[in-house]
Design a protein around this ligand. Structure first.
Ligand SMILES: [Zn+2]
Ligand SMILES: [Zn+2]
Length: 275
């Protein structure tokens, strides 16, 4: 282990307790790989794991000759709390050098670096609203919309054989081709155009709030219940798509005001998601 950077002059590191410095958090977990590593570590294959509550906001550099080095994470953690994040990947280079202990003879720069992931564990009563919903998200892989140039998911709609991306609506014909029922704002594809039955292969993974038929009380046209509206609006604020699933198809609850079909959610559903 190298000799770490002296941090006694740091504003909020002043040997305060974890609870005083980070009152919203139960703990912070850091998973990382460190050393003279080249390039980035594959996500999830980190070699070490540590708790900031137990070991503080600075990790030691593993280069034995390193002086004034180490990896400071306090600023990153505070930044994450401020931005209401749960986990974040980061890469840091050791700021140390291989000189004499007091720094009279500065040596060459330490070449160690680390690649890791910080995960914040919030106290249950202090979990930000956005994250409460995030905990209940499901990842689903959909086919990419053929009409959109970006990677937009094509979601099966309630009407059998229909798919939509939010902008386009397609009908799957018996021969596997797609008919454009609703064209988007782009020049292609046009209304009633028939697209070849080429499987795009491309899929888009969507992190969404998935509601099942059991979550829904009634389907209503025009306007949803105030509770459903509030939930959908909060999801939209956090850019979380809301999908309601019935009979194997999905309905995207995107626009609360103008959508033709909206669900009235059961009170249990609202409590489950917002509790
Ligand atoms: Zn170092
Ligand atoms: Zn599209």
């Amino acid at each position: 282990m190298g000799e770490p950077l002296d941090r006694t002059n740091r504003v909020f590191v002043q040997l305060t307790t974890f609870d005083k410095a980070l009152p919203a958090l139960e703990d912070v977990i850091i998973e990382y790989s460190e050393g003279s590593i080249v390039g980035r570590v594959r996500d999830g294959s980190y070699r070490s794991r540590t708790s900031v509550r137990n070991s503080g906001g600075q990790l030691r550099c593993s280069n034995p000759a390193c002086r004034r080095g180490g990896y400071e994470l306090d600023f990153d953690i505070h930044d994450m709390v401020r931005n209401k994040l749960v986990s974040k990947r980061f890469v840091k280079h050791c700021p140390g050098d291989e000189g004499s202990p007091k720094g009279r003879r500065p040596g060459r720069t330490c070449l160690n670096s680390m690649d890791g992931r910080i995960t914040l564990i919030y106290k249950p009563e202090l979990v930000p609203e956005r994250i409460k919903i995030k905990d209940r998200l499901t990842r689903i892989a959909f086919e990419k919309c053929r009409g959109c140039s970006d990677y937009v998911p094509l979601v099966p709609l309630q009407e059998a054989g229909r798919f939509g991306c939010g902008e386009h609506i397609f009908e799957l014909l018996p021969d596997g081709k797609l008919k454009v029922l609703k064209a988007g704002s782009h020049w292609w594809p046009k209304q009633d155009e028939i697209l070849d039955a080429v499987k795009t292969q491309a899929t888009v993974e969507l992190e969404c709030l998935l509601l099942s038929r059991e979550d829904i009380d009634t389907f209503i046209g025009g306007s949803a219940s105030p509770e459903t509206k509030e939930l959908v609006e909060r999801c939209l604020e956090g850019e979380i798509p809301v999908l309601a699933k019935a009979d194997g198809a999905y309905e995207r609850l995107s626009s609360v005001g103008g959508a033709a079909r909206l669900e009235r959610l059961k009170p249990e559903t609202i409590r489950r998601i917002c509790a």
